[in-house]
Write a protein that binds this ligand. Sequence first.
Ligand code: 13P
Ligand code: ZN
Length: 270
Amino acid sequence: MKDILTAPWMVEMIRTATNMYDHGWDERNGGNISLLLDEAEVKDYLNTDTVLRVLPTGFEAPALEGRYFLVTGTGKYFKNVQYAPEVNLGLVRLAEQGTKAELLWGYEDGGKFTSEFPAHMMSHVARLAVNPENRVVMHCHPANLLAMTFVHDLDERAFTRTLWQMCTECIVVFPDGVNVLPWMLCGTNEIGEATAKKMETARLVVWAQHGIYGAGKDLDETFGLIETAEKAAQIYMKIAHLPRVNTITDEQMHLLEARFGVKGRDGYLD
Ligand code: 13P
Ligand code: ZN
């Protein structure tokens, strides 16, 4: 067996958690990441017949039975992932229609997967149905996106249009826009189901007064997606209280669509 800490996906997970912490998106235990792995990617690093513990999930996700996930632990600090990955991360395989998670590695202090496991797993199901290449669901608390949910209309079209107008490349990076959930109690199946429903039409879902979810085909892409939306929100928070003299017009957005071969969400541009 090779050392699991040298697996490319483990190295990338550790680097990503560290980078998210360094961006200020994950204070204390804030945020969580789940990375879908193929059996072929894990079998050189771990005996998949050895189940360390069986953890009930509290929901059903039949589409994910037998799938492997590397997931941040509940209550764990992203700051510490790089120093003790085997405590702060866990590798699980879903079993029995997704009602059980078999722990194959990690959570060495007796811990378990993030309290947002329902939102993560349900979002994986939703995104895989749209794009079979999807591998990552990422949640964090970036300050400007969060701030924006206190002062901006939460209507999804309005919220998306404002973000698109803040940086030229926003519409190129997230043409499907940003969906928004009103404040809901976190860590529940209900917010998981609501998030997954929103994930059917966009790769970014804002949780008002809480944070954001992103989904993508790898850690880099998903990080970049949230990074771009957060940059746009940062610009908005810098200018929201000032008179707007210039903007990026819908006509210019259409030029971007043509130049970059993307199509903004239906009905979001005039
Ligand atoms: P966990 O520590 O359970 O991952 O929760 C952090 C969080 O951001 C909840 O929304
Ligand atoms: Zn959170």
